[in-house]
Write a protein that binds this ligand. Structure first.
Ligand code: BDR
Ligand code: CA
Length: 312
């Protein structure tokens, strides 16, 4: 069944796995807008990538540019993973469409009034835009149906430093604002994404199919697939796609735990680490519904359908 026709605002930094997530959102939900963050690569590229992807899938969803930098300290992107342009350096012809003039955080506030109580926010990049919106209007969460965040390494096995996951490590102060002020949200963390990688041979066979979507995704993911093989992984970790699957089909979640989480801002070794109070030592109310397991087959079926493959 799923969260039928979930109405989505996607905050994102495309990014190859963001791209797949955005395809899934259009296949299974209704997208009212995309807020763009700097993250995997700079804001000019992430914005251009979003516009190009929407052309490929035939969507005219509005694209709102957001913050060009993290709140406090400069941060490195992930061009070694996603390519210097964030989309595998394919040299694609840019979209003729432009981003809207309105800032992503202001657009989110406006849309949250327009669709009060109906919007699901899916945060797939650094949380800068969302933290800005929340700072401008602390009542934002009262108008939002659900917040699903891809971020954090809840057992301390980071992918950008020893203990930080990329989206949180890129802008820890923004994550702190969201973690501490939002209320309850659903968290798709990095270690969960590692456990639910998509087997490489299956993905390769899907990408060999005819069609604009498999062809485009095959091209933009070529570098990240090579990166993944070089890491010795047998499956491609598609973190943002997994988060989108949960946003669209919450019943795919097989197990989760509600815990209080925070972010380390000062640690020399641990800046950007998501710290989970697993045993309730601090006495804080839980703020995160941490997803522990997902129906892998259901997830893969959604990916296949989003690529235009009926049966997967
Ligand atoms: C997250 O970092 C980015 O590189 C991906 O797009 C995903 O949002 C995974 O840690
Ligand atoms: Ca992302």
């Amino acid at each position: 069944m799923g969260d039928q026709q979930a109405m989505l605002f996607i905050d994102t930094d495309p990014g190859v796995d963001d791209a797949l997530a955005i395809m899934m959102a259009h296949e299974f939900g209704k997208v009212v807008g995309l807020g763009i963050a700097a993250g995997n690569v700079g804001l000019a590229h992430t914005t251009a990538n979003a516009l190009k992807l929407l052309d490929v899938i035939g969507s005219d969803a509005p694209v709102f540019r957001g913050a060009p930098h993290p709140f406090v300290r400069p941060a490195l992107g992930a061009p070694h993973v996603h390519g210097a342009d964030g989309f595998g350096d394919t040299g694609y012809l840019p979209s003729s469409r432009s981003a809207e003039a309105e800032h992503a955080s202001l657009a989110l506030l406006r849309l949250s009034h327009m669709h009060s109580g109906a919007l699901t926010i899916v945060a797939l990049g650094p949380l800068t835009n969302l933290a800005l919106a929340l700072s401008l209007d602390p009542a934002l969460p009262t108008r939002i149906r659900r917040l699903v965040v891809m971020g954090g390494a809840v057992t301390g096995q980071g992918n950008t430093s020893a203990s930080a996951e990329f989206n949180v490590g890129f802008d820890p102060e923004a994550a702190h604002v969201v973690y501490s002020r939002w209320g309850e949200f659903q968290l798709i963390d990095w270690e969960l994404c590692m456990r639910h990688a998509l087997p490489a041979d299956r993905l390769e066979s899907w990408l060999a199919h005819d069609g604009a979507r498999p062809a485009f995704f095959a091209a933009i993911s070529r570098k990240i697939r090579a990166f993944s093989r070089n890491q010795g992984r047998t499956g491609l970790v598609l973190a943002d796609a997994l988060a989108m699957a949960v946003a669209l089909h919450p019943e795919l979640v097989l197990a989760s735990r509600c815990r209080s989480i925070g972010v380390e801002l000062d640690g020399f070794l641990t800046r950007g680490a998501t710290v989970v109070d697993w045993n309730g030592r601090g006495g804080q109310s839980p703020n995160a519904l941490i997803v522990d397991a997902i129906d892998q087959q259901g997830f893969e079926r959604m990916v296949a359908e989003s690529l235009g493959l009926a049966e997967g």
